[in-house]
Design a protein around this ligand. Structure first.
Ligand SMILES: [Cu+2]
Length: 134
């Protein structure tokens, strides 16, 4: 008789705790529905004065840019099409093909004089040059 009661109590206990666990679970999942801010925070205060290129209408604007050795050029994708910035000579690359999404930026500091041609590998007609002078 005693054993049966104990077993029943244990059973009830499990049922109650199981129910509590379920409700706790439901609460936590519903409160964490934030799907935002996956930003690359790379505060660009030190490079804000550098030259910039915008990706717009499947083109680089300006397509040709002149800058000085030591300057950092910032490319910004300003449209919903994915792009990338890939140097013809491999000296700089933003990442995977089309990896720059709308609002993404890519920075490169030019430490050597010369003319650097680059393109977006997704769009073969999307090309540009950076002329770096001393
Ligand atoms: Cu592109």
């Amino acid at each position: 008789m005693m054993r049966r009661t104990a077993a029943l109590v244990l059973c009830l206990c499990l049922a109650v705790s199981g129910g509590l666990a379920l409700t706790a679970c439901g609460d936590s999942s519903s409160s964490s529905s934030k799907k935002s801010s996956k930003k690359k925070k790379k505060s660009s205060s030190s490079t804000s004065g550098g030259p910039g290129v915008t990706m717009q209408n499947i083109s680089f604007q300006p397509a040709s840019l002149s800058t000085k050795v030591g300057d950092t050029v910032t490319w910004t994708n300003d449209e919903s099409v994915g792009h990338d910035v890939t140097a013809d000579d491999g000296s700089f690359k933003s990442g995977p093909a089309g990896g720059l999404k709308q609002g993404d930026k890519f920075e490169h500091t030019f430490n050597k004089a010369g003319t650097f041609a680059y393109k977006c590998t997704v769009h073969p007609n999307m090309t540009g040059t950076v002329e770096v002078t001393q």
